[in-house]
Design a protein around this ligand. Sequence first.
Ligand SMILES: C[S@@+](CC[C@H](N)C(=O)[O-])C[C@H]1O[C@@H](n2cnc3c(N)ncnc32)[C@H](O)[C@@H]1O
Length: 329
Amino acid sequence: MQGALYGEEGFYRRGERPTAHFRTSVHASTRFAGALARLLTEIDASLGHPPRVDLVDVGAGCGRLPLQIMAAVTPGLAARIVPTAVEVAPRPDELPAGVAWRAEPPAEITGMVVANEWLDNVPLDVVELTPRGPRVMLVDPATGAERPGQRPADDDREWLDRWWPLREPGDRAEVGLPRCLAWGSVVGRMRRGVAVAVDYAHSRGSRPATGTLTGYRDGHVVPPVPDGSCDITAHVALDACAAHGVKAGADATLLTTQRSALRALGVTGAKPPIELAHQDPQAYVAALCAAGEEAELIDPLGLGGFGWLAQAVGTALPESLTGAHPAEA
Ligand SMILES: C[S@@+](CC[C@H](N)C(=O)[O-])C[C@H]1O[C@@H](n2cnc3c(N)ncnc32)[C@H](O)[C@@H]1O
């Protein structure tokens, strides 16, 4: 997975952009950025309006999100924001020079981090419980043929015992330790502020018995063969990432769904009143479009079913998020 996505000729390393293959909340609607702008405005207030506010987009794809967020905050706040896109893919030519582009998050962050659909692309191993015990599955990138390989390393076994116990022969788990470490490393760089990870997720009480590893190419689901021709992704054990965030210094944690978080931030999908169609048809159509976009973002069977992990360091979680319902364990 590491080589297929990020090796020399890897899918992302060579510059494939998510828009060509699937649709994330960033591309579904700028109302996603609008909600994050509300969050950043609250974070800025709770930090006491510092002269520099970091806005770090990890796994930034095309780097559009920080610009959308800056367009949605007040000019006063926008002028203090230092936007950074963290991405292994090459910098897009059209991205304005004001957005920094780097392969690693800044060492110190005061402000907000957003990682939308990043962690599901952090490579991991698949372990299957065989009659001879748990084994790491090996895949031939030429044919997609699988066979059991070595025993998982001790730290992976510990992770599995705690977060994804295998019960029956044939059960498979996706060992989320690299994602936990990646997320912990981001939270560990926060001096003050809030880090938000948004991804398709599962929790300890509801891990899928055969895993979630999936391939995407040109908008279609394809077998997840690690040959560099497709995106390879697996749902994220966000509850485990949260625990690593706490270890890395998070003072407060919220684990919820995108639907619940966005509704708390005012994204409701409510249709405009029909009277508006008579008074101001153009405004009515615009409001109807906005409602449709919001509905896509909060659809419980789609993007709304994604997990949101928000962790605050050196400050409280934004008050508006306290209206979001915690996810079930
Ligand atoms: C599914 S895309 C999401 C893009 C964007 N956030 C969006 O919502 O449209 C995941 C992105 O994360 C990037 N990525 C994965 N691991 C990374 C890492 N360790 N450092 C920087 N970027 C990474 C990939 O190159 C890819 O562009």
